[in-house]
Design a protein around this ligand. Structure first.
Ligand code: AMP
Ligand code: ZN
Length: 498
């Protein structure tokens, strides 16, 4: 662990940068709100997990023993965050005429595939909401007497029973802002259901018995229960996308306050977590990213168009997590080129005489609070540490990494050792990727690399024999198959698929 640059993080609850002071010395316990598995995640959703991953990797780099939990919401999330609409899972199951369990399994697997493709580390636990229903009932029972009341629809949380409700959102709660469901009998506009009764005469696929009737838990209750159960209140950091700052997290905080019998939020730990962190949105030029309108930007769509998924990770790292990031195909292409340059530089370093093969395989092993010997690159590592310690400044950290690659008169082994430590934080997988992985290869392309290389070899031969007519004909032959020949390309790509 280094004290040279103490880790500071932006706490959404205080709206300030604060030095990270763990609840348990030497440890960091982090909870990340996970996906609702009723559909594929879009790449905006995945930005939230890239951010949480960089946070976790940074905590490891700083020497903290990390326990990270990400939940899987498979019940209770309504079509409107503000306590209205239908359960997203039930709705999708009906639309697809499938069981909720099958829907949940399918989309959980798809989400995990994206997690792996983006080189996001596995958390200590994926907590699945439906496995925690008995604990949710116990939690609700513990707070019901003082903080809840029953209506026909279920058990409601009275937000006036806790101090500072809504501080995280900086919201005025009384008017309800027109986004909160008008339910007859609610005491305050912002009150929300923590247990939802199945309406009489209806049968839901997912329902459980409870003291408040047969039904299902509220989405906010799930996260309070799983985070408290697995990490203990108060834990260190709670993360999510910036939309959660408005409703979901204020409601979690209210429940946590009720459960822990604690008071106001001038002491942030009374909220259940010391620090609340939120990533800003990935947006499309047309506005907010959505799963239902326009082109559904799944990670798989990027792959189908030929982009390596880590180009998207690079795109995320190029922006600070608290800035909005606009998606464009040009931007993705530029991020891919930047990644390519780093991968090629790493390959070249590995190819140097005397570089120990073992060293070049160490990529993820370093970085757990270890430091490479000072050497000539000590100051680069120091600047990298400073950047990442200042509220995860990945854009600056990336440029420091590129300076290492460009540094003159440095032993390649030293460069590789430093790059490995930096990549353990940024997670670009530089030591496993090879240049050929990063070639743009749209799914629609049928010609194989071997076929292209074979034609190119003949073209090299023709040019050696000064037969330029034959050389041009071979170039045209490739163009007819969607392959552009790139003579003199500075990255030495030689060809690309159109
Ligand atoms: P959901 O599955 O809708 O609960 O969302 C999963 C995560 O993605 C949550 O942390 C959201 O706050 C986050 N999120 C949703 N849309 C975006 C977006 N366009 N950009 C970044 N994060 C998002
Ligand atoms: Zn949550």
């Amino acid at each position: 662990m280094t004290d040279a640059h103490p880790l500071t993080l932006f706490n959404s609850l205080t709206r300030r940068l604060e030095p990270f002071q763990p609840v348990h010395p030497g440890e960091a316990r982090v909870y990340t709100c996970g996906p609702t598995v009723y559909n594929y995640p879009h790449i905006g959703n995945m930005r939230a997990y890239v951010f949480a991953d960089v946070l976790g990797r940074t905590l490891s780099f700083k020497g903290y023993r990390l326990t990270h939990v990400i939940n899987i919401t498979d019940v209770g999330h309504l079509t409107d965050d503000a306590d209205a609409g239908e359960d997203k899972m039930e709705k999708m199951a009906q639309a697809q005429a499938q069981s909720i369990w099958d829907i949940a399994q399918h989309y959980t697997q798809a989400y995990w595939a994206d997690i792996a493709a983006l080189n996001i580390r596995q958390p200590a636990e994926w907590s699945v909401a439906t496995k925690y229903v008995p604990q949710m009932i116990e939690f609700a029972k513990a707070i019901a007497g003082k903080h809840c009341y029953e209506l026909d629809g279920g058990l409601y949380f009275d937000v006036s029973t806790v101090a500072d409700y809504g501080r995280l959102a900086r919201a005025v709660t009384e008017d309800g802002e027109g986004r909160i469901e008008a339910v007859e009998g609610k005491r305050n506009a912002a009150d929300f259901a923590i247990w939802r009764k199945t309406p009489p005469g209806e049968k839901r696929q997912m329902e459980w018995d409870s003291p408040w009737g047969r039904g299902a838990p509220g989405w906010h209750l799930e996260c309070s229960v799983m985070s408290g159960d697995l990490l203990g209140f108060p834990f260190d950091i709670h993360t999510g996308g910036i939309d959660h700052r408005e409703i979901h997290h204020p409601n979690e905080i209210a429940q946590n306050q009720a459960f822990c019998c604690t008071n106001g939020l001038d002491v942030p730990a009374n909220s259940g977590a010391k620090v609340w962190m939120h990533n800003n949105f990935l947006v499309e030029r047309s506005g907010k990213m959505s799963k239902s309108s326009g082109e559904f930007l799944r990670l798989q769509l990027l792959v189908d168009k030929g982009y390596h998924p880590l180009a998207y990770r690079m795109m995320c790292l190029q922006a600070h997590y608290r800035s909005e990031l606009e998606f464009s195909w040009e931007g993705l292409g530029a991020a891919l080129v930047r990644l390519k340059r780093l991968v090629m530089a790493t390959e070249n370093l590995k190819a140097h005489d005397g570089v120990d093969a073992e060293l070049s395989r160490q990529a993820d092993g370093l970085g757990q609070g270890q430091r490479a010997p000072g050497g000539k690159l000590g100051s680069f590592l120091e600047r990298f540490d400073r950047a990442i310690s200042e509220d995860l400044n990945t854009p600056v950290a990336l440029t420091v990494m590129e300076e290492v690659v460009a540094a003159k008169k440095v032993d390649p082994r030293e460069k590789l050792a430093v790059l490995a430590q930096m990549d353990a934080v940024l997670g670009l997988n530089l030591f496993a990727l090879v240049r050929a992985d990063l070639r743009i290869r749209p799914k629609s392309a049928t010609i194989t690399d071997a076929e292209i290389e074979e034609v190119l070899a003949r073209r090299v031969q023709a040019r050696a024999e000064k037969d330029f007519a034959a050389s041009d004909a071979l170039r045209d032959e490739l163009a007819g198959k969607g392959v552009e020949v790139m003579d003199g390309d500075p990255l030495r790509w030689e060809w690309k698929l159109g």
